[in-house]
Design a binder for this molecule. Structure first.
Ligand code: UDP
Ligand code: MG
Length: 322
């Protein structure tokens, strides 16, 4: 059985062919002088390009490079989960493969960990090479989310963070299907702190988070930690009630003291439109939650692994199939 390394790096990989050679270079340089024992866990999230072959070749030369290959694309958050399941290090660092999370920041994280912190998350003081739209929507989303939930999710931090073994073990016990990992890490608690860095642009290739995926991610974030949207129904209902009372008085007034009852068509249309759109909105929100309940009760494995490289037979890890 391999001895437990101090540091595990977890890198989710989805179609990162143009990035992998540079990633390897930067990792090798960093790990060469980090002064800790280490392992790297590449989780290939069902890439369709040559990423898997390239990772295999790297693992061939470097036994401390471990590869966990998914049977298909399961998504970024699930890939992180698998990496954390497989990691055996004393401290586990999750980082993006596109070099937007520079390995050099990990040094500062290790220092904080040695000071006694269990979670060290990296806060972006600046984001380069990302669209204005992404920056604005992300900033608004996290501020809104914080208002809706009770746990303290740090602002302007992604999944780039170091976790102690204790936190890793705690995190492994959360097996929900719809995962908002950064929220889950906050939820487990322990001693948490931040380091700050300027986030560079993606080294090469394109973002794997188009608007559609970003929306789904945001909805997962809200629904996994908050039921506030379900309460909208109550608020909307109350608002509609107040409007209805006002409208009733107005209708009576026009009937008895006004010009007659036929005018009022516009108001009627507006009230009907408001009422039915509020109902549809609430049905939609209910549907989001019910759909998630359905997904969770199926109890499917979170991921399926089709290939492992350099993963020791005796390495302790989470369930192989999620
Ligand atoms: N990723 C993944 N599975 C996916 C999408 C992304 O494993 O379905 C990986 C991707 O290879 C990268 C990380 O998740 O290492 C973050 O993705 P990306 O850089 O595209 O997101 P962005 O930085 O644009 O938000
Ligand atoms: Mg990126």
């Amino acid at each position: 059985m391999s001895a437990r390394p101090t540091l595990s790096l977890v890198l989710p990989i989805y179609n990162e062919e143009p990035v992998i050679p540079e990633l390897h270079k930067r990792l090798a340089a960093f790990l060469g002088d980090v002064g800790e024992s280490w392992e790297v866990i590449f989780v290939d999230d069902g890439s369709r390009d040559r990423s898997r072959e390239m990772l295999r070749a790297l693992a061939e030369q470097e036994p401390r490079y471990k590869v966990v290959g998914f049977a298909r694309n399961f998504g970024h958050q699930i890939a992180i989960t698998a990496g954390v399941d497989y990691a055996i290090g004393e401290a586990v660092v999750v980082m993006d493969a596109d070099l937007q999370d520079p390995p050099e920041v990990v040094k500062a994280m290790i220092d904080k960990w040695r000071e006694g912190f269990d979670v060290v998350y990296a806060v972006r003081t600046k984001r380069e090479g990302e669209t204005f739209f992404k920056k604005v929507t992300a900033a608004a989303f996290y501020r809104l989310l914080r208002k809706m939930i009770r746990i303290d999710i740090p602002l302007d931090a992604g999944d780039f963070r170091l976790m102690s073994r204790q936190v890793v073990i705690a995190l492994r016990s959360l097996r929900e299907t719809h995962r908002f990992v950064r929220g889950m890490v906050s939820w487990v608690g322990f001693k948490q702190t931040a380091v700050y860095y300027e986030r560079p642009a993606r080294f090469a290739g394109e973002t794997k988070y188009p608007l559609r995926k970003m929306m789904r991610f945001a909805i997962d974030g809200v629904t996994s930690f908050s039921t506030v949207p379900l309460r909208f129904a109550t608020w909307l209902g109350m608002l509609a009630g107040v409007i209805a009372i006002g409208a009733a008085f107005w209708a009576l007034w026009t009937k008895f003291f006004g010009t007659g009852v036929v005018p009022g068509w516009t108001t009627l249309m507006m009230l009907v439109a408001f009422g039915s759109s509020a109902q549809l909105l609430m049905t939609g929100i209910l549907g989001e939650y019910i759909g998630r309940i359905y997904e969770e009760v199926k109890r499917r494995p979170l991921y399926l692994v089709s290939e492992e490289r350099n993963v020791g037979e005796n390495d302790e890890r989470g369930p192989r199939h999620g």
